[in-house]
Structures are given as structure tokens and as C-alpha cells.
Write a protein that binds this ligand. Structure first.
Ligand SMILES: [Ca+2]
Ligand SMILES: [Ca+2]
Length: 686
């Protein structure tokens, strides 16, 4: 029983049940768990595996006395909750599901009509309620399920609970109600950036034993001697471009996306400073700077190295990939400066200048000053060079293989980058020229120009709303932005979908395409910024309710009952993403592939791309033209691939490479991660 008993340590209730041997299906509830369930990492008490509030010995009699244990069949896939839990005063709804369409259509669940909320330690019923059938029994288009809701929002007392279906002798995962219910989740989500750091040794005391690794990409001709992509034999092009974060499952660093991640971390802090501490177990912990800002600084330091003497900023560092990252030995190469990278970096420098000036440290104040000078210089270069384009990984300019994704953008992308840079520069300098640029151009954004508020453009709504708070902004500009936001949020697809409860799992999106989890988080942010900027206070409660629904979805309130963060078993998840598409935590790795099958699995806290109804294996699978090995994979996996599923079921927890191309579902990205962190921080207290 080593596997079961170790796994059960993750939750105190399980300990009792497993040890007392009356919990018949402890095994079945842990299929997705790890042999090293906690893989404890620094940065949170959860690593100790001991829930903080009470001793396990108290639980057994209470549970047994209530007659609950003998009835239990383990965590039901048909009762889904936020596996971490809920804020005391928040809406709390368990979704009960009877699958109708999709891979599990044949499964049947007939719930009891009355559901109970049970205190997991005392075993006492603390609430009971009737199920509400969603939309009269309609089958959800995007989820493929008929669902009921069990609303126990009236329970506000902090504690640990589960939802019980007595008739079916089954229950939900155990979750908490607490003011700090997401604190450790947020810590782990931010820590994922530490694992993505290039050029820093990940010592076991910071990374955890399983994920310790030497510094990556610091060997000969790598990041410290990085040469221009089309001059690899010319040492005169060498630059020290070490640092930054691996963008995603690949280790390349795309300047614009690094800058966006830097700004996301800083804005998460600025909008919710109470959520962040100085004790997350990274090398910079306990230095009197919030760790999330230390992390942002790691990205900024890289952006500083990427800046040329004339103010321009290089576009990309393309690097080798291997598992673990320190074993990647191939050369690194960079792409030339372009306008978009320079503007995005300018924005990140300026925002960095703002936040580091606030730190009570002379070194940080000096850092802020340097960043501000860099921001001005970058902005100046971009003004003089408004249309310098560089496409990486492009056959027409010989950059094939330089990075994977395309960091270059179009006219609108450059304008948005310049609006960001101008706004933050104005915020720090009060120089009118930046304000003038903003006011001459903001009406061209999708938000104002096309009059729409959609999660795909959340960044531009955020920067425009922020601009309205700066000094000397005219009433006309303020009103135009605020009124546009108010009108659009009143539309059916924004507040309407929550007023009408249009999604079976409460977190409405019209469709699920690549990076749907990022879109979920961004959609949540459209509500939190509505509240932050006090657009219409009468809607604040609805805004909060809506925003948290997107968190609950990412935390397990979805048809798969899956927490879309990796390996969160030590932090309260019972079913968490086990595999990442990632060159380090790679398919087939004995150490870092699937949680429970490999020695360690991936570290905690990485958000994957999420369900994608357009997922498809390589076209060569269609006519079996992938070669012998590829064809074998196409054939053996065909029935398990999430093809032809409703949107919310278009996911599989796997990380296979070509030709199955799981990166469309299970790859992480720093761009997904910061949106989630920004949203979670709004509801996190320590
Ligand atoms: Ca710190
Ligand atoms: Ca795998």
C-alpha cells in the first residue's frame, strides 16, 4: 500500500479514511495522483503535507459517527467544485453533471434531489439544498452535459468541506472556505516563472529536489556569447543576452512576450499588493522586495541586456532545447532589433521604473532610474524608426528555425505597444508628449474604435482604463473610455451571460480555441477591472461573482473535473494536470513526464493552454503518411484524442509531440500564466 498511503497524506481526511480501511475506493480516487504526491517544494506550508488547522486524530470518530465513511465511494467525476475552495462571502456552486455528448456520453449519473455540504472534520451536515436543474435540462452546447447546480453560498464559515450525494454514496473533493484559500495556489503559480528562468542554477533548496538543475544556456556560444542569427561565424556580433524566462514549453525568449509577462507580474502586484509575499522560496525571498517583483526584475534584467546602445531592442533569442535544460548545448542566436520589441520593452522598462521607485531600497531606486532612461531611449528610437520589421523563423529572410512562434506583429500591434509605452512613460514622467500620443491614437484600438470589449483585447482595455487615472487627462477622454467600457460590459456577452447563467459550468465563453485557459483568465479580468475602475458600483457584486467563476472553472468546475494547473496535489487538488508539453517535462522522460508515472512529474503551478475544439493531430495521421513510427502513434492513439468533442471536453491530459501535437492543449506559456496570476491575485489574501 505504499502508493495509497503516501497519496492519502495529501489530504488529512484521506489519511483517516485510508488508514481505517473503510474508504473502499481510496484507490480509485487517486488514479491521477503521484507516487511522490507532495513533491514538496519551498514556498508554502502545503509542502509539509499537514493541513494547518487541526490534528488528524480528531477526524475519525466524527466521520464514523456520522455514518458517512461507509457510504462513500470516493470523489465523484459527476460532482465538480473548485478543488482549492471559495472565499467566505463568495458565490459557491457545485456543478452536478450527467454526460450527454462527447467521450463520456454513455455514462449516466442520476443525482439525489437533495445535496448536503459536510464539514470534513466534524462530519456534520452544515447545509442542505435542492439541486437546481440548469436551463430546464438543456444539454450544454459547449460542455455536452446536462447539469444541476447545488448552491451553498450561504455557508461562510471557514473550514474544510465536501459536497455529499447520500443516495449515490458519493461526494466531491474536499475543499476549503477561507479568506486565504488561494494564497498557496498563487505562490505556486508565480513560482512557475522561477522554473522557467534561463541562465540561473535551480538549487534544490529553491526548486525542490526533483527539479534541481544547473544553469541553462550558459555554455560556449550560448546566451553569453550569443551571435546574430545570420552571422554565426562572426564573433564581432557576440552579445551577452543571458537570462529571461523560457517562453513556454520551448526555451526561446521573444522580447515582446517577455515584456508582456514582466508587465503582467508588475500589474498583478500593483492591483493586489496584499496577495504577494517575500517568502515563496525563490533565491530572492526575504530580501524585503515582494517575490513577484523579484521575478519581474529577472525578466527586466534580460530586457536590459537586449537593448542596444542606440535604444533599440533585439527581437528574440533562439536557443537549443533539452531535458533538463542545462543539458542543452547548442548555440544561441539572436534576431535584430525591431520596432515592436523596442516599444514593448519601453513599456516594461517604464512600468518597472514606476514600481521599483516605490521600493524602500536605494539599489532599487537606482535601478528604477536606469529603467526610466532606457524606456525614454527605446521610445525615442521607435519614434525615429516606426516601421522596422523582423520576422523570426521565416524562410524569406533566412531566419528559419530562429525560435518557433512569430514574435512580429502588424501596424495595430505596434500601435498598441506604443500606447502601452506612452501611458507608462506619461505615468512616470508627466511629460505631455506621451499623453499627446495616447490621445491622438487611443480611438483606433479595437476597444474604442470598434466598440467592443472582448477578452482577447483585455490588455488594451486595461491600459486605456489605467490612463484615465493619470493627471491632467481631459474629462472628454476619460468619459469616452469609461462610457465605452460601461456600455460594452452591459452587453449580453459580458454581464448578460452571468445575469442569465448562460454557461452550465458558470464561466461562459462562446468557443474554445487554442489557449482557452488564457482567455478564461482574461475574461475574468474584464470584470475585475470594471470593479477596480468603479465604472458602475451597482454592478460590483456581479463583477466579482463573474470573475471568480472563471477561477473556479480553471480550478475544477469543468466537465473534466480537472484543475488546469500542473501537479497541485500538495496544495488541495484531487485531479490536476499531470503532463505538460514542455521540453524539460517531456513526453517519455523517466523523471518529469506524467505525475505518478515518472519520478517527479512537472513542478506545481503551470497553467496549460486548455481545451481546444480545433485540436487536431498532424494531417499526416489522416492518411497514415507520417512514417512508420508516426503512423503507429496515429493509430494507437486515435480513439483517445480529443477530436469531435464539445468545446469544454476538447482536452486530454497528455504531452505527446509530433504527430499528435499535444502542444495545442497542454503547453504552458508565460503569457497564459500572467493573465491567470493577475486574476487570482484579485481574490488572494495571505
Ligand atoms: Ca523577495
Ligand atoms: Ca507523456
Amino acid at each position: 500500500m505504499p502508493k495509497k498511503s503516501i497519496v492519502c497524506i495529501a489530504k488529512r481526511v484521506f489519511i483517516v479514511l485510508c488508514l481505517s480501511n473503510i474508504y473502499l475506493s481510496c484507490g480509485s480516487s487517486i488514479e491521477n495522483k503521484t507516487d511522490n504526491p507532495a513533491n514538496p517544494v519551498p514556498g508554502g506550508t502545503a509542502g509539509s503535507n499537514v493541513p494547518p488547522d487541526r490534528a488528524p486524530a480528531e477526524d475519525e470518530p466524527a466521520l464514523a459517527a456520522n455514518g458517512v465513511t461507509g457510504l462513500m465511494r470516493g470523489v465523484s467525476p459527476y460532482i465538480v467544485v473548485d478543488q482549492f475552495g471559495y472565499l467566505p462571502r463568495a458565490e459557491k456552486i457545485a456543478v452536478i453533471r450527467d454526460p450527454q455528448v462527447g467521450f463520456d456520453a454513455k455514462e449516466v449519473f442520476n443525482p439525489a434531489s437533495t445535496y448536503f455540504l459536510i464539514d470534513a472534520y466534524s462530519g456534520k451536515e452544515v447545509h442542505q439544498g435542492s439541486l437546481q436543474l440548469w436551463k430546464g435540462g438543456k444539454v450544454s452546447d459547449t460542455a455536452g452535459d446536462k447539469v444541476w447546480w447545488y448552491d451553498f453560498s450561504s455557508v461562510t464559515k471557514p473550514g474544510s468541506y465536501y459536497v455529499l450525494d447520500k443516495q449515490n454514496r458519493t461526494r466531491s473533493d474536499v475543499f476549503k472556505i477561507a479568506e486565504n484559500v488561494y494564497s498557496q495556489v498563487l505562490t505556486q503559480a508565480v513560482r512557475s516563472f522561477f522554473y522557467q528562468r534561463a541562465g540561473m542554477a535551480k538549487e534544490a533548496r529553491f526548486a525542490g529536489r526533483g527539479w534541481a538543475d544547473g544553469a541553462s544556456h550558459l555554455g560556449p556560444l550560448q546566451d553569453r556569447q550569443c551571435r546574430r542569427f545570420n552571422a554565426l561565424s562572426d564573433p564581432a556580433t557576440e552579445k551577452d543576452l543571458q537570462g529571461g524566462w523560457y517562453d513556454a514549453g520551448d526555451f526561446n525568449r521573444y522580447t515582446s512576450w517577455e515584456a508582456i509577462a514582466v508587465m503582467g507580474l508588475i500589474n498583478a502586484y500593483l492591483t493586489a499588493p496584499q496577495a504577494f509575499g517575500d517568502d515563496s522560496g525563490i533565491p530572492e525571498s526575504f530580501n524585503a522586495i515582494p517575490d513577484v517583483l523579484d521575478e519581474a526584475k529577472w525578466g527586466l534584467d534580460f530586457l536590459v541586456r537586449m537593448q542596444n546602445g542606440d535604444g533599440s531592442v533585439l527581437s528574440i533569442v533562439g536557443v537549443d532545447q533539452a531535458s533538463p535544460p542545462s543539458s542543452a548545448k547548442g548555440p544561441s542566436k539572436y534576431g535584430p532589433a525591431n520596432t515592436s520589441a523596442t516599444l514593448n520593452a519601453a513599456a516594461a522598462y517604464a512600468l518597472g521604473a514606476k514600481v521599483f521607485a516605490q521600493q524602500n531600497s536605494s539599489a532599487m531606486k537606482a535601478y528604477s532610474k536606469d529603467l526610466l532612461a532606457r524606456a525614454k531611449k527605446a521610445y525615442g528610437w521607435a519614434e525615429a524608426h516606426p516601421n522596422v520589421i523582423f520576422k523570426n523563423n521565416d524562410s524569406t529572410n533566412g531566419s528559419g528555425g530562429l525560435g518557433g512562434g512569430q514574435q512580429e506583429t502588424g501596424d495595430e500591434g505596434r500601435m498598441l505597444a506604443k500606447i502601452h509605452a506612452a501611458t507608462y512613460l506619461y505615468a512616470v514622467t508627466n511629460d505631455r508628449k506621451y499623453k499627446d500620443y495616447f490621445e491622438a491614437n487611443y480611438h483606433k484600438t479595437g476597444f474604442i474604435g470598434s466598440g467592443r470589449v472582448i477578452p482577447e483585447e483585455q490588455d488594451e482595455q486595461e491600459i486605456l482604463l489605467y490612463f484615465t487615472t493619470l493627471p491632467q487627462v481631459s474629462a472628454e477622454v476619460k468619459n469616452r473610455i469609461r462610457t465605452a467600457y460601461q456600455n460594452q460590459m452591459r452587453a449580453a456577452h459580458n454581464f448578460g451571460v452571468h445575469e442569465n447563467n448562460d454557461d452550465a459550468y458558470l464561466a461562459f465563453l462562446p468557443s474554445y480555441y487554442w489557449s482557452s485557459n488564457k482567455i478564461k483568465a482574461a475574461k475574468g479580468l474584464t470584470y475585475t477591472q470594471f470593479k477596480r475602475y468603479e465604472i458602475d458600483r451597482s454592478k460590483n457584486e456581479l463583477a466579482d461573482r463573474a470573475a471568480q467563476r472563471y477561477l473556479h472553472y480553471l480550478h475544477g468546475v469543468n466537465p473534466l473535473g480537472l484543475v488546469y494547473l500542473s501537479n497541485m496535489y500538495a496544495y488541495g487538488a484531487s485531479k490536476s494536470v499531470n503532463e505538460l508539453y514542455h521540453f524539460w517535462f517531456a513526453d517519455g522522460s523517466g523523471k518529469w513526464d506524467r505525475v505518478g508515472q515518472s519520478t517527479y512529474g512537472p513542478p506545481p503551478g503551470f497553467l496549460t493552454g486548455g481545451p481546444n475544439q480545433y485540436y487536431a493531430p498532424d494531417k499526416c495521421c489522416n492518411n497514415l503518411s507520417c512514417g512508420e513510427q508516426g503512423n503507429r502513434l496515429c493509430k494507437s492513439e486515435r480513439d483517445a484524442l480529443p477530436v469531435g468533442q464539445p468545446g469544454q471536453k476538447s482536452y486530454r491530459d497528455f504531452n505527446a509531440g509530433w504527430p499528435l501535437n499535444s502542444w495545442q492543449l497542454s503547453e504552458n506559456a508565460i503569457g497564459y500564466q500572467v493573465r491567470y496570476i493577475k486574476l487570482l491575485a484579485q481574490y488572494s489574501a495571505r
